[in-house]
Design a protein around this ligand. Sequence first.
Ligand code: BGC
Length: 867
Amino acid sequence: MKFEEFSVTEKAALLSGASEWTSRGNERAGIPSFAMSDGPNGVRCQLGVGDHLGIGVSKPATCFPTAGTVANSWDPALAEVLGKALGREAHDLGVNVLLGPGLNIKRNPLCGRNFEYYSEDPQVAGRMAAGLVKGIQSNGVAACPKHFAVNSQELRRQASNSVVDERTLRELYLTGFEIMVRQAHPWAIMTSYNQVNGTYSHENKHLLTEILRQEWGFDGAVISDWGGSNSALAAVKAGGTLEMPSPGYTSVRELVAAVKAGTLSEADIDARAGEVAKLAKRTHFAGVGRGDLLDDTVARQHHKVARYVAENTAVLLKNDVVSRARSSDGDVACSVLDFGGQVHATSPGNTAAVRSESVNKLCHIAETDSQPSASRVLPLKPGTRVAVIGDMAKTARYQGSGSAKVNATQEENLLDELKKIDGVEVAGYRQGYERHGGKNGVLIDGAITLAAADDTDVVLAVIGIDERSESEGLDRSTMALPECQNELVEALASTGKPVVIVLVAGSPVELPWLDSVAALLYIGLCGQAGASAAARVLTGRVNPSGHLAETWPLKYEDVPSCGWYPSPGRDSIYREGPFVGYRYYETAGVPVRFPFGYGLSYSSFTYSGLAGDENGIAFTVTNDSDVAGATVAQMYVRGPRGGAMRPDRELKGFKKVFLGAHETKTVTIPFDRYTFRHYDVVTGQWKTETGMREILVGDSVEHLPLSVTQMVQGDSDLCPPNPALGHYLKGQIKEVSDSEMTALFGHSVAASGEPTVFGENDPISSWADSRGFVARTIAKTLAKREVKIRQKTGQPDLSILFVLNMPPRAICKMARGLVDSAMVGAVVEIANGRTFRGLGSFIAGYFRNASANRRVAKALGKRGGQG
Ligand code: BGC
């Protein structure tokens, strides 16, 4: 059946969801409804009506490491392995569209959802996301990468305007999406809640039509974030396909009326309806039982995949040399001699069941292999007696909170996993700290006693951030670990025993005690099999090969956007421009705790012999050690001198290199469309300046032993920077003046003041300042209640946070047709203190809306009015 034969109502009905998780189909036209489900690191297929905040029960599924952790592998092939398993589970659970991956740029370490995002760099984010998308879609399930675009804070998440200059937008915030779209061709994409430069993402023609479809060739469906659409009419015109979750028939009526009034062309409706039909067709796999649970064999196999991925993501951040003396009765005594040097990465894993092509490339340290050098504290040597400390050793924390939260099929903990490993003896366990930060001297004393005991050789402390700190809907308030954990680590170090820290966190934390511990293994949020993976890394069964996909600053105050993040008002001004993460630290010369790209290994590697030509570079990497391992070779580009303003160096390519003991390999990294280009705001074009570039190669942004200069023949002369950019030219973004910002943005930028009259797009939290008693009380009571619940349960209350960050317009997008846009107007009256008038209109609106819904339902030939 052709679209011309559809009524406008039928076509418009396809453009909004039928329920929390399903699209509307059209039986007459053979367009099936499709099911959507979170998420990025495991399928969260909800039973029953469902919610989108990770609160309700979902079917058990494998919880894989989160994106921020997977990124530390720097291995897109690994992301593809993970994507294949994820897509398989979605398929088996009856999910047609999987809502992930998340690939927003990590602008500031405090963003509550950073654990769901890959990196501060678009090359890493884009290529890792492309791997995941390819893997998912190989199952006939659509990936739905998110959140397009410039979504960097959770505070006011549905009522925030990201104000960013066009060049930074293109080069930093969009390039990752571009790489992912061009490489992996996702069948869907999710728009972000926020506005970008004053226009909601879901109705942003510049983003959705000019860039996404016309420039990058995206041919799929654009799905709104849940409750993230604004005007249905503006969305359809701009290229926004599907409003989720369920505005009922409100949007249908608005679209039909607009076509009748001539303010919307039917061709636009046809285009969007065609996109829905195409997605339904692409993901319509047969033979799936919607009520099915995951098959046990698949679940067991995927637990191994989760472990394999986790093994390849652990980042060894410190590993000191210790002296070892064994007494005649076999005791091992260790003391710290010096700090670990710059030795580097590897990747093993021996999960035969999940071996793929990429896995086969990997090298293993089999249990029977000779143990790596005995001089460093890690790997733990056979016979070592380990005191295990820390609540998170016994009750693992392995994922974040919110819509990405998975109901795992299995759980592990490090204490039990270490006990299973031959050769390591667990001398005892102590809790050490209260998980949610309470002061408890007794717990610290207990831990010290065990650590100081004569038969303890090494102290292994598992510490990290708790569940309430890293979540959708909430930004972290500090980069510090809970004080009780910092005190514990200092106390353990004072025993003189070598202290090994295993750190659990989805984002960087401050490490004031780093100098006093012997080793630090960062395992991120490593999924349901993360504990066994960590045990295998700690004991040398696996050689760590992760490298950081984001910079770890010394302290929060060093973060470029620290002075203006998160924005409490409507406008969030990206004042720092392109100087995010290492782009700032390297340009402004600010020292960091661990640089971008950094990671140690039980092997050591030598880089040599760099040569370049117009197509790319080649160099040699040698594994100088007796154990197989992997390093992450990174290519940065500097210059051209005298050309457009740029950060000091930018990552333009990388390769994970797997090497057997003493093996040497030649590595090539080709140049591509992203290597030398910059976005010219005057012409609105990508340009490549003709001139010399410096190409730097090494294994972190600060360890680049190889360099070569390369003449690049571009399509433009040098574009000297505007001197009015002032401090930006040296990356000194904390000093920039208003006029320098004007030079960057091309117009003067000032945050709009807070409203005195509340509109449909002001979040409910802002009603705390309303002159209306009812509105004020609602906002204040909700805020107080959330804090209370968080203190009591240790978990953020996502429902309350969602409501507080939500503007009234979102109510009608989520109410399954019970509330229409006129009723939202009534809510706005209440917000502004006209309580009785508002209530009256709301009640009258309820009946008017119900009968309008019945009319649409009739026109669609259905029963009941809320579809
Ligand atoms: C989140 C999305 C998620 C959606 C559905 C929203 O609140 O921002 O990432 O996919 O809910 O759960």
